[in-house]
Design a protein around this ligand. Structure first.
Ligand code: 5AD
Ligand code: SF4
Length: 438
């Protein structure tokens, strides 16, 4: 039967979808008697849950595998697994390049991980199986903590010219609404007070529900009715899928937090077109106005790519102008990285020095905006959900409604408390606050 002593070490690269997938893989292995460990050296199984979105992200896998070699040589019975999008994209190639790897499991097949872990010899499963993997994963009984992710949708049909996701995660699929409500209730019973709905294209959600297809707005409203679920977030959204009903939910559903990650990638119409984003900068700005009309205090964040093939200085200035026009709370910006198999990979890249300089300029502007957004919170009363104890004794750490990290002096505070605090100081990545409610 099960071996209670076995330990699983998981390293997660890349996006929040992967964080969720790692949690579910840990739960699936938990049903086989594995417990997770933070100590690599004591692991019986090491699982690297990989990201393929930029070249640097997949290179990390190979350098980490290289570093595992001595451990595997010392303990040949150590299982080494590669999961996630590099597993999907490179499959059996990984085994050839890195013979120490025992198993390669794609993001659609990880419910098969427990049986793969018991197999002798090297195994690969990167199929897109017809069955619903979520149905084969254990119920979320092992889950602990006040916040949780919930995948509602996977895959993407948008085919942005730079992106591997439509190839590695496949076509858009939404999970049925009743299963999501059930999973959410399960989580709330376990003490979860905040759920972040996940999907590569989360606002394209169109799951089967009572009375027909539900959009994300409807799903949010039904989730908000669950007693004990205090906060709802969702990520990542595409501008073209911000339906009226979802925007209205930001005005009408108090549990829906005033925070939205809405990647635009570029502020230049020419580049947006070459990226196949299917909207203009002006349309994005108008959308932002409508969202802010519904929820004036909403904090917006975005992703940007600089140095996309053909990007001129003028195009880049359009991006800087768009950032100034929107005013973000934070944003990720990346240098374009050619991904094999994507349409943009065929085109001539922008010189590396030019792309580097643009990235620096954009990141400096975004950091200014982030500092300003954080500083604007000083003196304000905000609500914080405690996620863990702070480093200093008597301190708790949690997130505000706007997803800012907040450190609170609160010796009586407990993980899972949702409290009101007054912000006393700000730094670019965190706030300090005093508790004001009992
Ligand atoms: N090069 C650079 N950045 C990329 N992203 C996606 N693909 C690439 C690529 N080829 C960025 C986009 C996306 C985020 C998750 O990663 O900004 O929104
Ligand atoms: Fe990639 Fe574009 Fe789909 Fe986002 S919307 S996952 S960037 S193809």
């Amino acid at each position: 039967m099960t071996d209670a002593a076995k330990k699983l070490f998981i390293k997660t690269y890349g996006c929040q979808m992967n964080v969720y997938d790692s949690e579910r893989m840990a739960e699936a292995m938990g049903a086989k008697g594995y417990v997770t460990t933070e100590v690599l050296e004591e692991a019986d199984m090491v699982l690297l849950n990989t990201c393929h979105i930029r070249e640097k992200a997949s290179e990390k896998l190979y350098s980490d595998l290289g570093r595992l070699k001595p451990l595997k040589q010392a303990r040949p019975d150590l299982k080494v697994g590669v999961a996630g999008c590099v597993a999907q994209a490179e499959g059996a190639e990984i085994l050839k390049r890195m013979p120490l790897v025992d198993l390669v499991v794609g993001p659609q097949a990880y419910h098969r991980l427990p049986e793969m872990a018991e197999a002798k010899g090297q195994v690969v499963d990167t199929d897109f199986p017809p069955e619903d993997k979520f149905e084969h994963l254990p119920a979320r009984k092992a889950y602990r903590g006040p916040t949780a992710f919930l995948t509602v949708q996977e895959g993407c049909d948008k085919f942005c010219a730079f992106c591997v996701v439509p190839y590695t995660r496949g076509a858009e699929v939404s999970r049925p609404a009743d299963r999501l409500l059930r999973e959410a209730r399960d989580l709330v019973e376990r003490g979860v007070r905040e759920i972040t709905l996940l999907g590569q294209n989360v606002n394209a959600y169109h799951g089967a529900g009572e009375g027909g297809d539900w959009g994300l707005g409807r799903l949010v409203r039904e989730l908000a009715a669950i007693d004990g679920l205090d906060r709802i977030r969702y990520t990542t959204s595409h501008p073209n899928d911000m339906a009226d009903d979802l925007i209205a939910a930001h005005a009408e559903v108090p549990e829906l937090m005033p925070y939205l990650h809405l990647p635009v990638q570029s502020g230049s119409d020419r580049i947006l077109k070459a990226m196949n984003r299917k909207h203009t900068a002006e349309q994005y700005l108008r959308l932002v106005e409508r969202i802010r009309a519904a929820r004036p205090d909403i904090l917006l964040t975005s992703d940007f790519i600089v140095g996309f093939p053909g990007e001129t200085d003028r195009d880049f200035q359009d991006t800087m102008d768009l950032v100034r026009a929107v005013g973000y709370g934070a944003a990720f910006s990346f240098k374009y990285s050619a991904r094999p198999g994507t349409p943009a990979a065929e085109k001539t890249p922008v010189a590396a020095e030019v792309a580097d300089a643009r990235l620096q300029a954009l990141q400096a502007l975004i950091l200014d905006q982030q500092r300003a957004a954080q500083a604007a919170m000083v003196g304000r009363e905000v609500q914080v959900l405690y996620e863990k104890a702070g480093r200093k004794p008597g301190q708790m750490v949690g997130k505000s409604d706007h997803l800012m990290a907040v450190h609170v002096e609160d010796p009586a505070g407990k993980v899972g408390d949702l409290v009101r605090v007054r912000v006393s100081a700000s730094a670019p990545n965190s706030l300090a606050a005093e508790r004001i409610s009992a």
